[in-house]
Design a protein around this ligand. Structure first.
Ligand SMILES: C[S@@+](CC[C@H](N)C(=O)[O-])C[C@H]1O[C@@H](n2cnc3c(N)ncnc32)[C@H](O)[C@@H]1O
Length: 219
């Protein structure tokens, strides 16, 4: 059977990037500074994902958001900027060094007053939060071994009709390879299987960058 979807060639990818709203200087500076972290730069949220996060945050009128995995701050700037002035984003990460770049970017983006960063294992941070389902949006982008536990903690704290957005859900395309040597790919595949069967959420997977999944909490 003929494939009905468009295969993203490098040329089409460049076209896609050229025809979306471009990143502003704050985001471009994050990209530049992230390069200083060498091989770790691959962890950074890419511009098309950042643009999507910004648009979704705006579209659902989010006031309160939670991010698991902040790194140098790209996604957090995209989310925080889309919140109202009295909105709030809780960022979770273990690295003081990487999040120093994020702190500078929040300052430059004028969103410092609506962001709180907690340094420490994100599972501890999430579990220390009250179990009030009052967050509008959560972005999950940290260690894969804890993905399901993060999801459960976030689901308790996201309001009905709120969004949990999960990154890397195609994991370099390895999720369909039963012989993959990537432990993280196996973990993400198990996560995807569980999520698709979970009747507490409506799920859409988007083939953007490394795969991004939207899970809308049902009431
Ligand atoms: C893929 S990066 C996040 C990228 C980020 N969202 C961005 O916009 O560039 C993953 C981050 O998760 C953090 N991380 C890994 N394990 C963690 C844990 N157990 N608790 C909290 N953060 C963790 C890492 O320090 C790293 O900064």
């Amino acid at each position: 059977m003929e494939l009905k979807h468009v295969v993203l060639t490098p040329e089409l990818y460049d076209y896609l990037i050229a025809h979306g709203t471009p990143p502003d200087p704050v985001l471009t500076e994050i990209e530049e500074r992230t390069k200083e972290f060498g091989r770790y730069q691959i962890m950074q949220t890419v511009p098309e994902q950042g643009a999507l996060l910004h648009m979704l945050t705006k579209l659902i009128g989010a006031r309160k958001a939670i991010e698991v995995g902040t790194f140098t701050g790209y996604s957090s700037v995209c989310i925080a900027r889309a919140l109202p002035k009295d909105g709030h984003l809780l960022c979770c990460d273990v690295s003081e060094e990487w999040t120093r770049v994020a702190r500078d970017a929040w300052e430059k983006a004028g969103v410092t007053d609506r962001v709180d960063l907690v340094i420490g294992p994100a599972l501890d941070t999430l579990r220390s939060l009250p179990q009030e389902a009052d967050a509008d949006l959560a972005f999950l982008d940290a260690d894969k071994v804890n993905y399901w536990s993060y999801f459960e903690e976030l689901l308790l704290r996201v309001r009905p009709n709120g969004l949990i957005i999960i990154d890397n859900t195609l994991f370099q395309g390895e999720v369909v390879n039963p012989d993959t040597e990537h432990e993280s790919a196996r973990l993400v595949h198990a996560f995807n299987e569980r999520l698709a069967a979970d009747d507490r959420v409506e799920v859409v997977m988007l083939p953007i960058h490394d795969g991004i999944t939207l899970a809308r909490k049902l009431s």
